[in-house]
Design a protein around this ligand. Structure first.
Ligand SMILES: [Zn+2]
Length: 84
């Protein structure tokens, strides 16, 4: 899963936790949203993965957002498979 903000930024991360809720924050436009009912674990892994794919993702910056998102999620799936 890759989270994009409505402003088009991919600089979205978990700002803080409130019990089972996570506050997602866009570090570009400062929009925030609570996410409830999901377990967002392995933060280190996610951050690591983001770091690794961010450079790759930037190559696709000029593609339309839907296509770019598809590419990113495919890349993410491939990474997950590699770890098994
Ligand atoms: Zn934003």
């Amino acid at each position: 899963m890759v989270v994009f903000c409505q402003c088009g930024s991919d600089k979205v991360d978990i700002d803080r936790w409130d019990n089972a809720r996570a506050l997602l924050k866009c570090y570009t436009c400062e929009r925030t949203a609570w996410v409830e009912g999901f377990t967002l674990g392995k933060l280190d892994f996610v951050e690591q993965l983001f770091g690794a794919i961010l450079d790759q993702a930037r190559k696709y910056r000029r593609r339309n957002p839907a296509e770019r998102q598809k590419l990113l999620s495919e890349r993410f799936q491939r990474k997950l498979m590699d770890r098994r």
